[in-house]
Design a protein around this ligand. Structure first.
Ligand code: SF4
Length: 202
């Protein structure tokens, strides 16, 4: 970890994940970390072997406290996998969870550019640079709880509409099924046999 400057109010920490060899096997994570350290408002950049594991998360929390970070960029995998993990991680260190941004170095870089060491490393740097630029503009967000109605309108009484209505009803919600024709069933209702049972379709 290298602390390199303290200019301005925005204080970004960047955490670059090896994901074992998933990322580090195709991207020079050391070079990406060094590059991140030089970006505007980046206070520290850290390379982790597995950022989502407890030691990696603890490094994020320690850095937030030690360097008074107010933005965090995790350069690792898709947000679909670990965005909730890292939001919770920064929350536990006292940071608003929406001040965390991710760069996808795995699905968007190392996995799709195997054997392209230099190009993949350059792309990873660009992804990190973009994430840092976005992180610098992030604002804290508050989560609201609002009442919602759980009753559901399903439009169309064909097979898909009927199935959807039944699934929702089985989940315990009120369903209104709307069909423009006099009867439900759609195209299926017009077939006299269906494969593989050759039964009547309705
Ligand atoms: S944070 Fe994502 S990229 Fe890093 S070790 Fe965990 S799964 Fe792999």
């Amino acid at each position: 970890m290298v602390a390199n400057k303290t200019n301005g109010e925005v204080r970004v920490g960047v955490f670059v994940c090896d994901c074992g060899l998933n990322i580090a096997g195709a991207v020079d994570c050391g070079a990406v970390t060094e590059y991140a350290e030089a970006l505007p408002d980046v206070i520290c950049a850290v390379r982790n072997k597995y950022t989502c594991a407890d030691p990696g998360q603890n490094e994020i929390k320690d850095a937030i406290r030690q360097h008074k970070l107010n933005r965090v960029v995790v350069a690792s995998c898709t947000p679909r996998q670990h965005e909730p993990t890292f939001r919770q991680c920064v929350r536990e260190a006292g940071l608003n969870p929406y001040l965390m941004e991710m760069a996808n170095l795995r699905e968007h870089c190392s996995w799709v550019h195997p054997g392209e060491w230099e190009a993949a490393t350059q792309k990873a740097k660009d992804l990190v640079s973009s994430a840092v630029a976005r992180a610098r503009l992030l604002q804290p967000q508050e989560e609201l709880t609002v009442p919602v109605t759980t009753s559901t309108l399903v439009i169309g009484g064909g097979v898909a509409g009927i199935e959807a209505a039944l699934e929702i009803a089985d989940a315990g919600h009120q369903v209104v099924l709307v069909e423009k024709e006099p009867s439900i069933g759609g195209i299926m209702a017009q077939l006299d046999k269906t494969y593989p049972t050759m039964d009547c379709s309705i």
